[in-house]
Design a protein around this ligand. Sequence first.
Ligand code: 5GP
Length: 196
Amino acid sequence: MSDLSSGLIIVSGPSGAGKDTIVGKLIELDSDFSLSVSATTRAPRGGEKDGVDYYFYTEDEFAQKIRNGEFVEYAKYGSKYYGTLKSDVKRRIDSGKTVILVIEVHGAENVKRLYPSALSVFIMPPSEAVLEQRLRRRCTDSDSEIARRMDIAKNEIKQSENYDYTVVNDELEKAVGDVYEIIKNHKCKTNVNKIG
Ligand code: 5GP
């Protein structure tokens, strides 16, 4: 795969922490950023489009892609599979973009192992109560799915210490600004290291 050493940004955080909103704003702010589109076996939520929000695959299709070695990383989240496609990341890196991966903690750990100079940022909700409130307000998941996501969230929060940075998403605009600064500083440092 192309050299990913300075262009890969990992963003994780519990479902409902606001990471997709933050990353969406970053991409609006700076055309240097490009969001990797992942593959998943979960069903599309209202309005989600294949190839835009995710590549939606059946279990069999996903398993075939694992066997073909088509993933940078993949992980099971709840009962569904999610994975970062090499082809999608490569296309974006080759066009000179800084690629943002919005992935869960196990996938993040694998990417960091493969590409230690990738920058990792954990988006933290202000509290567990606020997180649950946000999940309920989305009206996209059943009570049992919300309960499952809350369980996963508690475990994910414990792993935030393995990330390079943690940003609390209390006020959206501030969180966006903080993540933007972190990425820009990282890019400056990596460029200086390359020159020096
Ligand atoms: P959701 O179903 O809410 O879209 O995503 C569930 C979780 O899977 C989120 O934490 C999301 O960041 C994560 N996720 C999305 N794409 C990938 C991926 O390609 N790899 C991994 N490991 N996690 C992913």
